[in-house]
Design a protein around this ligand. Sequence first.
Ligand code: SAH
Length: 345
Amino acid sequence: MEKTDIKSLDLENLTSYMVSIGEKPFRAKQLYEWMHQKLAADFEEMTNLSRALKEKLQQSAAYTSLTVVEEKISAIDGTRKYLFGLSDGNVIESVLMRYKHGNSVCISSQVGCRMGCRFCASTLDGLERNLLPSEMLDQIYRIQKMTGERVSNVVVMGSGEPLDNYDNLVRFIRLLTDENGLNISQRNITVSTCGIVPGILKLAEENLQITLALSLHAPNDQVRKSLMPVANRYPLEEVLSACRTYFEKTGRRLTFEYSLVRGVNDNLEEASALSALLKHHHGHVNLIPVNPIKERDYVQSEGQAIKAFKNLLEKNGINVTIRREMGRDINGACGQLRKSFLNAE
Ligand code: SAH
C-alpha cells in the first residue's frame, strides 16, 4: 500500500486520514500543528503524540522532510542558497534572500523543467518530476527552522514551471497561507509563469490574492519564440489577454519580467514596443540583467543599455524596476547550483 503524504493534506483531509487509521479527530489538529506551525522535522519531535500513534504513522504515512545537501552563503549580501535532497534521491534548490522588508524564499516547483527557455539552467536536462505540495512547503519550513528567522515572502521562481504542476501548486498555496499553519499572507506570495494560458485563466478563478509574474522577455512573438519555446504554443496576444483577465478577476496588479540579453531584446525599439504593448495593462516591469550560463552564449546587456531601456519605459509611463542581483558569488541564477552538483557527480 502506498503511504499517505500527510504533509500535503489540508486539515479536513488529515482528519479523515486520522479517523481512517482509527484515531480521534482532534489528533489531526495536533499533528497538523507539529507539521505546519512548529515545523517538526520528524515524528520524534512530536512530544504530545503517543509512541503507539507514532509507530502507526511510521507504517502508513510518508513524512516529507528535506535534507540539506549543500548550503552556500553569499559573502556579498548574506543570501543563502540551499541544495535540498528529496526522499527519492533527487535534489532541488531554494534561495533565502534577506531584505529590509523581511525574508523572502525562492522555491522550486518541479525537479528540472520542460519549458526549454534558452537562457535558463533549470531546463537543460528536461523535467524529472513534479514536486508535491509537501516538498514545496518544506523548502520554506526547513529554511525558517534552520535560520530561526520568520519567512514573510515566498516567490515561486526557482526551478520548474509552477503552472505545469497546477494542482500541487494551488494546494501548496492554500497550506502555506492557512491560519493554522505558517499563515503567510497571500499578498506576499508571487508565482512566476512562462505564460501557460489555460493555467493563468484557471488561477484567476481560485479566489486567491497572490501576485502573478509573467515571464515576458520580448515585445513580440518573433523574439519571444527565439528565447522561449512556449511562445510557439501561446502567442503574446493570448498570454496578455489572460493576464488582463487575471487582473480583472483578482484586482491584483501583475509583474512583467523581462530578462535583458545583449543584442537579442535590449534595444530601444524593443523598449518602445514593450511600452506600447503594456500601456493599458496593470502592472510593472521588472528588468533582469540576464545571468549568463556556461551552456549558452547569451551575454548580459551593458549597464548603459539597461539604463537607457529603463529610462525609455519610464518616459512612456511604465512602472519599471531593475532586479537587484542577489548572491551572485554562489550560483544565484535558477538551476545553476543543482546543475553544477549534477555535473560533478
Ligand atoms: N517557470 C517560471 C519560473 C522560472 S524562473 C517562469 O518561467 O516564469 C523566474 C524568472 O527567471 C523567469 O522570468 C525566468 O525566465 C528567469 N530566468 C531564468 N533563467 C534566467 C537567467 N539565466 N537570467 C535571467 N533570468 C532568468
